[in-house]
Design a protein around this ligand. Structure first.
Ligand code: NI
Length: 183
């Protein structure tokens, strides 16, 4: 397993539309997923999209095996999600603070669908089909956005709700950044 370099905002590879994975259960795919999970763990991430390591594929890893070292009570199972299709279950949205390992040290308030249905495949090709809400739904929407070249700050309505985590801490009293940062 290799800890890969995370691309940061400004790198043009983050703004591409990624391509579908065509072949499942291949050595190359398994190796890539191992690298992504290693990279996520090294960066204390809760989610990672392949474009963030410069790979132009519709492939996400998110969730953790063990949440005992985080203060989060809402746990997302460790998941590999390939070629995801995400659909809002209703028009209901909520706002929360997000962070992204491609924008280290920054956070912003983003509106997302509260309840979503997502489908896709794991690395073997098994179907994944889940209806999820709130935190889990937010993480998946954030990660799927990466596959379409969208970073969370592009979705912030009022840029006063974007800044350095250390500076914005007063506004964060009721929350902590929730995406790609488990603490
Ligand atoms: Ni991100």
């Amino acid at each position: 397993m290799t800890n890969r370099t995370i691309l940061r905002m400004g790198d043009s590879l983050l703004y591409r539309t990624s391509q579908s994975v065509e072949k499942f259960d291949t050595k190359a795919l398994h190796r890539l997923i191992q690298d992504m999970q290693e990279t996520m763990d090294t960066n204390n991430g809760i989610g990672l999209a392949a474009p963030q390591i410069g790979v132009n594929l519709r492939l996400l890893t998110f969730g953790l095996d063990d949440y005992t070292h985080t203060n989060r009570s809402d746990e997302i199972p460790k998941t590999v999600l390939i070629n995801p299709v995400i659909t809002p279950v209703s028009n209901e949205k909520n706002e929360d603070w997000e962070a992204c390992i491609s924008l280290p040290g920054m956070t912003g308030l983003v509106s997302r669908y509260t309840h979503v249905h997502y489908k896709g495949f794991d690395q073997i090709g098994n179907v994944i089909d889940r209806k999820v809400s709130y935190y889990h739904a937010r993480v998946v929407q954030h990660e799927v956005d990466h596959l379409d070249g969208i970073l969370y700050l592009m979705r912030i309505k009022d840029m006063r709700n974007f800044g350095f985590v250390e500076e914005i801490v007063d506004m964060l009293k009721t929350s902590t950044p929730v995406v790609e940062n488990p603490s």
